[in-house]
Write a protein that binds this ligand. Structure first.
Ligand SMILES: Cc1ncc(COP(=O)(O)O)c(C=O)c1O
Length: 486
């Protein structure tokens, strides 16, 4: 296995394409003026920006005139949602619809609107992560002024059927905003029926801190700027345009567009190779219907995600989304798909990109399997049948570093042991005593559990007297059997 760290976090951000970085450095060194200035170096900046605007527009099949540069998809989402809903409120149309699995920049913007008196409907996806068109149709009200939906989910890669959802909105004359941060340059998308589209450079090989909102011509008068000041971007987003960022975005968009089809096919192959390398592990679940080629989200039930993550320092990936990993909360996206909090907490997101190779995928599989085997061995889930919650008593004692560790699980309906299971770390004598107890425990009442004493066990298995201390640990595990079921 390679010892070099492997980057599998392309959904959080992609490394900047070398050609993009080089071009940005060139532009920075040009001593350009302000693109709004009416002199030669201002005109030069303006010309570079307009070329990049055309490249960015071409990526999503739009007209350059309808692209508004922002600082990223977070700002684009805020502008689209808040800018549209505020004007809606002024006309008496004060209702927005979105999905529970949206990016936080959408959900938080919607929450802020609610505090300002705008009603919101937050729909739940089905267990595959999808929103059915009829569910959306049922949520639309006469006063709905905006629907905001994610194309590709950043945690699971689930891709919504945007054309079908856009048709529902168009039939009711409700503008649709699509957050395409994870799909632009990766999955084709037709703009028919869409009013607003957010995307960002740093998910497709461009620099961080620059994004775009595409505003359909018909939606122009229905969105208010959120950043006030100069008249840049046709009055929709004030602020001096960052020529080097925009040029980098433009070139990254052009490169991504040129390799979109071949990359998608290659990444699907790698994603499925990764999944087949993990799918047979006990407790493993794939989260969400496979959508975008670059994301695989897996729950390792029975193993704590953070422990798995920290045992994989050679893999750069995320537990849940990068945003959630800071809060340590179980992913709200996986919870919305019906995963319980244990399953949501045990998830890893692998996200692949242009630099990902087959050899990296194979190394990642080997690393995850090795770390999983270690954690699974010590996991109570290994001991208990699945769905056994509430029926088993579990007790443990000792520690690996002390040379002996024992976990005992008992099924004891009505207070009498029906079955005993053991997990053991220690010498063969400890294992022999656990085997003995496994046979002796069934039929015993929980109230008088211990079948014999450590000294008697020692003589029965023929262990030397100096092993007695280890058998006391087994006795401790029996004593520690929790009073309440697991
Ligand atoms: C789906 C989605 N929307 C919005 C964003 C925010 O993008 P940015 O980092 O450009 O603000 C991200 C990135 O994390 C994302 O994945």
């Amino acid at each position: 296995m390679s010892t070099e760290a492997i980057y599998l976090d392309y959904a959080a951000t992609t490394p900047v394409e070398p050609a993009v970085a080089a071009r940005m450095a060139e532009v920075l060194a040009m001593r350009l003026g302000n693109a709004s200035a009416n002199h030669a170096s201002g005109h030069a900046a303006h010309a570079l920006i307009e070329t990049a605007r055309a490249q960015v527009a071409a990526l999503v099949g739009a007209d350059a005139a309808d692209i508004v540069f922002t600082s990223g998809a977070t700002e684009s989402n805020n502008l689209a949602i808040t800018g549209t809903a505020r004007l809606g409120l002024a006309r008496g149309a004060a209702h927005v619809v979105t999905l529970a699995t949206e990016h936080k920049s959408v959900l938080e913007a919607v929450r802020a609107l609610e505090r300002q008196g705008i009603a919101a409907t937050v729909l739940r996806p089905d267990s595959a992560g999808l929103l059915a068109p009829e569910v959306l149709a049922a949520a639309l009200l006469p006063e709905t002024c905006l629907v905001s939906l994610l194309h590709v989910n950043n945690e699971t890669g689930v891709a919504q059927d945007i054309p079908a959802l856009a048709a529902v909105c168009a039939a009711r004359n409700v503008p649709l905003h699509v957050d395409a941060a994870q799909s632009a340059g990766k999955l084709p998308l037709n703009l028919d029926g869409i009013a607003l589209l957010s995307f960002t450079a740093h998910k497709l090989g461009g620099p961080q801190g620059i994004g775009a909102l595409w505003v359909a011509p018909a939606h122009r008068g229905r969105i208010a700027p959120q950043m006030l000041g100069g008249a840049q971007e046709r009055g929709l987003r004030a602020g001096t345009l960052a020529a080097h960022q925009i040029v980098g975005f433009g070139l990254a968009a052009e490169i991504a567009a040129a390799r979109q089809a071949s990359e998608a096919a290659r990444l699907v192959m790698l994603r499925e190779r990764l999944w087949s390398g993990l799918a047979d592990l006990p407790g493993v679940l794939r989260n969400g219907r496979p959508g975008a080629a670059h994301i695989l989200n897996v729950s390792f039930t029975g193993v704590e995600g953070e422990s798995l993550f920290t045992s994989l320092p050679m893999l750069m990936l995320s537990t849940g989304s990068a945003c959630n990993s800071q809060s340590g909360e179980p992913s709200f996206v996986l919870r919305a798909l019906g995963r319980d909090s244990e399953q949501a907490q045990s998830s890893l997101r692998f996200s692949l990109g242009h630099g990902t190779t087959e050899a990296e995928i194979d190394s990642a599989i080997a690393a995850v399997r090795a770390a999983h085997a270690r954690l699974w061995n010590a996991s109570p889930a290994r001991l208990l049948p699945s769905g056994a919650k509430g029926e088993w008593w579990v007790g443990e004692a000792g520690a690996e570093r002390l040379g002996t560790w024992v976990r005992i699980a008992l099924s004891a309906p009505g207070g009498t042991v029906r079955e005993a299971r053991f997990q053991v770390y220690g010498c063969p004598h400890v294992a022999a005593v656990c085997n003995l107890l496994q046979q002796r425990l069934p039929g015993r009442p929980l109230a008088a559990l211990a079948p014999g004493t450590p000294e008697e066990w020692r003589t029965t298995v023929g262990a030397p007297v100096e092993k007695l201390g280890r058998f006391l640990i087994i006795e401790d595990a029996l004593a520690a059997l929790t009073r309440s079921p697991s």
